[in-house]
Design a protein around this ligand. Structure first.
Ligand SMILES: CC(C)(COP(=O)(O)OP(=O)(O)OC[C@H]1O[C@@H](n2cnc3c(N)ncnc32)[C@H](O)[C@@H]1OP(=O)(O)O)[C@@H](O)C(=O)NCCC(=O)NCCS
Length: 289
C-alpha cells in the first residue's frame, strides 16, 4: 500500500476527530481531544498518513530538548489497523527526525502493546530497559515500617555519580514514568519537582507529577534503580513524605526489584488487557544508517 504523508494543521481537526472516534479504548488520551494543543505546540510536529484522501494514521514528533527526537501520539484509524499504517507512521516519524538532524529517535510503549512493540522490532529500534509500574491509591497507603526515615535528597552531582556506579543503572537516558529524560545536570537542576534519594546501592527519583493544564500535582512517582537492598528504606521514606498528600503513589522499577516493592503494600498497575503496565523504551541511532 502506498500512503501519502503531510504535516497536519488546524484545518485537519475534523478528520483527526473522525479518526479518534473510530478507535477503541487504546486511544488514551483521545487524539481528538489533544490534537489542538499539539498542533499549537512549537515543539511538536503532528503529521498524518493518508490513504487516498482519508486520514488513516496520526503521529507526532516531539523535540524534547536533547539529541533524542520522540515519536508520540501515534493513532491508527479503527477501520485501517493491521494494514501497515502504524509502521508507516513510525517510519515517517523517523524520517522527520533524520531531516531535522537528530542523532537518535525513540518512543515508549508498554509491553502489552504487541503492535507498537512489533513495529519497533520491524523498523530496527533497540528495545531498551523495561520498568514495571506499581501503585497504591490514597485510601490504601501502606504504613511505613517503624524506623527513622528522615531522608535528605542528594545533590544532582551526587545523583549522576551514583547512577553511573549502581548495578543496572540507566545508561543513556533515565525513566521518569511514561517518558524518559537525559542524564544531565542541566536537566535535573531545572526540575524542582524531581529529587534523588540514595541508600546503599539503590537510587530513587521522587517525582511530583503535575497535570499539564491545571499544574496541580496529580500523583507522585518513585523511580527506582540499582540494588534491592535500599528499596524498603527508600520507599518507607517516600511513603512518610507523601502518604498524607491524598494522591496515588506510583513506584516504577526493573523486574528484579518488583517483589521488594510488592512487599511494601503496592500492587501492579494494569493496562487495558488486564496485564501489567510495563513501560518499555525503543530507540534508534540515526548516525549509523
Ligand atoms: C499499535 C498501532 C499503532 C499499530 O498500528 P497498525 O496499523 O495496526 O500496525 P501495522 O499494520 O503497521 O502492523 C505492524 C506489525 O504489528 C503487528 N500488530 C499490529 N497490531 C497488533 C496487535 N494488536 N497484536 C499483535 N500484533 C499486532 C502486525 O501484525 C504487524 O506485524 P507483522 O508484519 O509481523 O505481521 C495501532 O493498533 C494503534 O493505533 N493502537 C492504538 C494506539 C497505540 O497503541 N499507539 C501506539 C502507542 S506507542
Amino acid at each position: 500500500m502506498t500512503f501519502g504523508y503531510r504535516n497536519l494543521t488546524l484545518t485537519d481537526l475534523p478528520a483527526i476527530r473522525e479518526l479518534s472516534d473510530s478507535m477503541d479504548i487504546r486511544n488514551d488520551p483521545k487524539i481528538g481531544d489533544i490534537a489542538e494543543p499539539l498542533l499549537q505546540d512549537p515543539k511538536t510536529t503532528l503529521f498524518g498518513v493518508f490513504e487516498d484522501k482519508l486520514l488513516v494514521g496520526v503521529g507526532g514528533l516531539r523535540n524534547k530538548g536533547w539529541e533524542l527526537a520522540w515519536i508520540e501520539s501515534v493513532r491508527v484509524h479503527g477501520d485501517h489497523q493491521r494494514k501497515g499504517v502504524g509502521t508507516a507512521v513510525f517510519q515517517h516519524g523517523e524520517a522527520l527526525a533524520r531531516e531535522q538532524g537528530y542523532q537518535r529517535v525513540g518512543f515508549q510503549t508498554v509491553t502489552e502493546n504487541a503492535g507498537s512493540c512489533r513495529i519497533g522490532e520491524i523498523l530496527g529500534f533497540e528495545r531498551k530497559h523495561e520498568m514495571t509500574a506499581l501503585w497504591v491509591s490514597p485510601e490504601n497507603i501502606p504504613r511505613s515500617e517503624d524506623g527513622d526515615y528522615e531522608q535528605e535528597p542528594i545533590s544532582t552531582e551526587e545523583a549522576l555519580a551514583a547512577l553511573k556506579r549502581i548495578p543496572n543503572g540507566p545508561k543513556d537516558e533515565i525513566c521518569i514514568g511514561w517518558s524518559y529524560a537525559p542524564i544531565t545536570a542541566d536537566y535535573f537542576d531545572s526540575q524542582p519537582d524531581m529529587k534523588f534519594y540514595l541508600q546503599d546501592e539503590t537510587i530513587m527519583l521522587e517525582y511530583h507529577d503535575r497535570d499539564p493544564n491545571t499544574k496541580e500535582v496529580t500523583f507522585v512517582k518513585a523511580i527506582l534503580y540499582g540494588a534491592a537492598a535500599g528499596v524498603e528504606g527508600l520507599l518507607s521514606g517516600f511513603i512518610t513524605r507523601n502518604g498524607k498528600l491524598g494522591l496515588p503513589l506510583v513506584p516504577l522499577c526493573a523486574k528484579k526489584l518488583v517483589p521488594h516493592v510488592l512487599k511494601m503494600g503496592f500492587q501492579y498497575a494494569t493496562v487495558w488487557t488486564g496485564g501489567h503496565n510495563i513501560v518499555v523504551l525503543f530507540t534508534k541511532d540515526l548516525q549509523d544508517a
